[in-house]
Design a protein. Structure first.
Length: 285
């Protein structure tokens, strides 16, 4: 459930800005945050965010892995057992990150993409010999083949890892289509069908999280460098309040075919009544 959200503002920077060179060789200044959000069933609630920090001198700015580890530790300290499983993209297949997850009483399901990685090559060697083949399952129009082998290791990680490989096949416009998907997990007993569902649900953070924040909450733009974390946190609070109101308070909203975009417009129109408008737009406000 980890991913970064970038906020930018052209031509203005502050001591907390991250930097990089664009194609023209000019320095770009921006802020980036790692976000943890629930995926799967609505409501999709953002549990927390962690701003990445710049570094002095020739060192690179903090990356998502560093911020992700710090966010996991902070959420655990603040909320206790805030989740059971962390689902993450391939970037997070890293010993320190997995160690942090396990040390905080969590499990991991992480995408595996890089064919050059030893864990990929080792697992592929077993799979090609026919080892680990499990019973196929059906998901909608897809037939999913499964290979599943536990007991793998990566350097500096004391925890044994399980590699699962999926081959999805379906008909699209009368033609055969396919997709391969790999994942690594610390879960020892969870069924491959459930792991497949977890990894596919990871896209919720893109569709129901970042897309909503950037499109309807203007979170892609940095309005004020001196208070960027406060403003972004307020956006997240507003996002969470809407999600919880719609899916926990309003009866039968799910399945009503009313979009969250329409609801946001209704909220906006209500705020722009004459009395509220005077409060929101008074001079010097």
């Amino acid at each position: 459930m980890e991913r970064s959200q970038k906020l930018t503002q052209s031509g203005i920077f502050c001591p907390d800005c991250l930097t990089r060179k664009n194609r023209a060789g000019k320095t770009e200044y921006f802020h980036r945050s790692v976000v943890c959000m629930t995926v799967g069933k609505a409501p999709h609630v953002i549990l927390g965010q962690e701003m990445l920090k710049p570094r002095d001198g020739a060192e690179k700015d903090e990356g998502e892995l560093t911020g992700g580890k710090r966010l996991i530790e902070r959420l655990r300290k603040r909320h206790g057992h805030f989740a059971d499983v962390i689902v993450a993209d391939a970037l997070y297949l890293n010993a320190p990150f997995i160690n942090t997850i396990k040390e905080n009483g969590l499990e991991a399901v992480i995408r595996l993409k890089d064919e050059k990685r030893l864990i990929f090559q080792d697992a592929e060697g077993f799979f090609k010999r026919g080892e680990g083949k499990k019973r196929s399952f059906q998901r909608g129009k897809k037939t999913v083949e499964v290979w599943d082998i536990p007991g793998f290791e990566i350097e500096n990680c004391p925890y044994r890892l399980r590699v699962v490989k999926y081959h999805e096949m379906w008909l699209e416009n009368g033609k055969e289509a396919e997709r391969w998907m790999w994942l690594v997990t610390t879960l020892e007993q969870t069924a491959p069908e459930i792991l497949w569902e977890m990894m596919n649900r990871r896209w919720d953070i893109e569709e129901n999280g970042f897309h909503q924040l950037k499109t309807y909450y203007h979170a892609k733009h940095c309005y004020c460098h001196a208070a960027v974390e406060v403003i972004f946190t307020l956006m997240i609070i507003g996002f969470n309040m809407r999600e919880l109101y719609l899916y926990r308070r309003v009866r039968k909203f799910e399945g009503s075919r009313i979009t969250r975009k329409s609801v946001s417009r209704m909220f906006r129109d209500e705020l722009l009544t004459e009395k509220v408008k005077q409060i929101l737009y008074q001079k010097g406000g």
